[in-house]
Design a protein around this ligand. Structure first.
Ligand SMILES: [Zn+2]
Length: 282
């Protein structure tokens, strides 16, 4: 039984694709002070153990007054990702089962929004059918930040991002199903876009008036609550990512909202409060 978080008429459920995706701490956070980390490691083995940071790869499914919204679409099935063995040509059955456990088929999703266009956030946008990548969610309006799209469309060699732009983003645009959004756009009643650049140039968060912020990869691991200024090696602009993160965490702590990133371990949501040096979960 998948656990959901209810905030008024908003129901939030995590659809997990990879429960524990582990990355060496020095690879993910090259700037972290290893002496401090050694003290933290025994406290939080689910978050970090044996020098590996454990992340979860999941989508967030929102139901708001009967509208089904998917935030980020994980790695996907049959995607050619030879540089990541756990992402390469996956069968995809686990993620689809999680969706069907909520009583939903891909046809039932109304909106698909990607906080940014990294390969682990856009994969299920498309599925392989007769040799072509076609939209997985045939009735959905897909949403993407305009700045984000333009960045990857013009990024030359970088535009491959493991090939995700070509196989998981362009087919949606070519099918006429992508709508480009800007800062402050409301995608449904009480749900609005907040541009939050740094991790990628057009990264955005989704603000839920009911009391939550879906913040994608603004923060990857709870370790960054202890060290909010530390950006990941995957942040395009680590300094701007840090500024954005610090601003966002401060706002979330002050307003008692739920912080809901893409990669925290289950349940994936938390409230936070300020500590001397950073933040802690409540
Ligand atoms: Zn990312």
């Amino acid at each position: 039984m998948i656990k959901s978080l209810r905030l008024g008429d908003l129901c939030i459920t995590g659809l997990t694709e990879i429960e524990s995706f582990s990355i060496p701490v020095g690879t993910l956070f090259p700037d972290l002070n290893h002496n401090l980390l050694e003290k933290l490691e025994p406290i939080a083995p689910r978050i970090m153990s044996e020098g590996l940071v454990h992340l979860t790869i999941r989508s967030w499914l929102l139901n708001k007054s009967g509208t089904n919204i998917l935030i980020d679409s994980c790695v996907g099935a049959q995607k050619n990702r030879p540089n990541h063995s756990t992402w390469h040509k996956r069968s995809g059955s686990k993620w689809l089962r999680a969706l069907s456990e909520k009583g939903l088929r891909p046809e039932d999703i109304d909106i698909v929004m990607c906080t940014h266009l990294h390969a682990d956030h856009v994969g299920w946008n498309t599925k392989l059918e007769n040799g072509y990548w076609v939209p997985t969610f045939p009735n959905a309006q897909y949403l993407c930040g305009r700045t984000e799209y333009e960045y990857w469309a013009n990024a030359g060699e970088k535009s491959d991002e493991h090939g995700a732009f070509a196989d998981s983003v362009l087919p949606i645009v070519e099918n006429g199903k992508m709508k480009f959004v800007e800062d402050s756009d409301e995608i449904a009643n009480g749900l609005s876009i907040e541009i939050s650049p740094g991790h990628t140039p057009g990264h955005f968060c989704l603000n839920a008036e009911a009391g939550a912020i879906f913040c994608g990869d603004i923060i990857h691991s709870p370790l960054q609550l202890n060290f909010p200024n530390i950006s990941s090696a995957f942040c395009e602009d680590p300094v701007l990512a840090s500024t954005t993160r610090i601003k966002l965490l401060s706002k979330i702590a002050e307003t008692s909202q739920f912080l809901i990133p893409a990669h925290f371990r289950d349940p994936g949501w938390t409230k936070i409060r300020k500590t001397e040096l950073g933040y802690e979960k409540i």
